[in-house]
Design a protein around this ligand. Structure first.
Ligand SMILES: [Zn+2]
Length: 141
């Protein structure tokens, strides 16, 4: 599992490809454990419990990703990090704040739309950009 988590965290390998790599590892492990085509009961349990999805590996290694939804500008693609309220609601500016040259006006394109969430009217990104932030891993390298 460890090589797949390294590919995912440091190589930014996408989830479907990580799941494919896990299946390959499971096949290799099964080939290595088989003795004349037979598996012991403990080996069968090991293969049965082998993870098939990278998210279960994240939980096993306790590295759940923190996802931040940025608001990307539809015109200039500048991303705006949200600020958070005490109730956990992300707050975005209504218009793009990007200034290309010092002293010039900002982009000003609308980047949010009004939506209702849990009975509250809030602004959500027109073009959301999800960013996964993993905690620093101590690999001993
Ligand atoms: Zn913009």
């Amino acid at each position: 599992m460890f090589p797949v988590i390294v590919l995912n965290v440091f190589g930014h390998l996408a989830r479907p490809l990580c799941n494919f790599a896990l299946r390959i590892l499971k096949c290799l492990l099964q080939c290595a454990l088989e003795n004349d085509g037979n598996l012991t009961d403990s080996h069968k349990r090991l293969l049965k419990d082998f993870p098939a999805d990278i998210q279960s590996v994240h939980k096993a290694f306790d590295i759940e990703p923190t996802i931040t939804i940025y608001a990307a500008c539809p015109k200039c693609c500048f991303t705006h990090k949200p600020t958070h309220t005490k109730s956990g609601i992300d707050i975005y500016p209504s218009r793009c704040q990007y200034v290309r040259y010092k002293g010039h006006r900002n982009c000003g394109v609308r980047i949010t739309k009004q939506t209702v969430q849990n009975g509250l009217s809030i602004r959500t990104p027109i073009r959301p950009f999800a960013y996964h932030s993993f905690p620093a891993l101590s690999l001993g390298w």
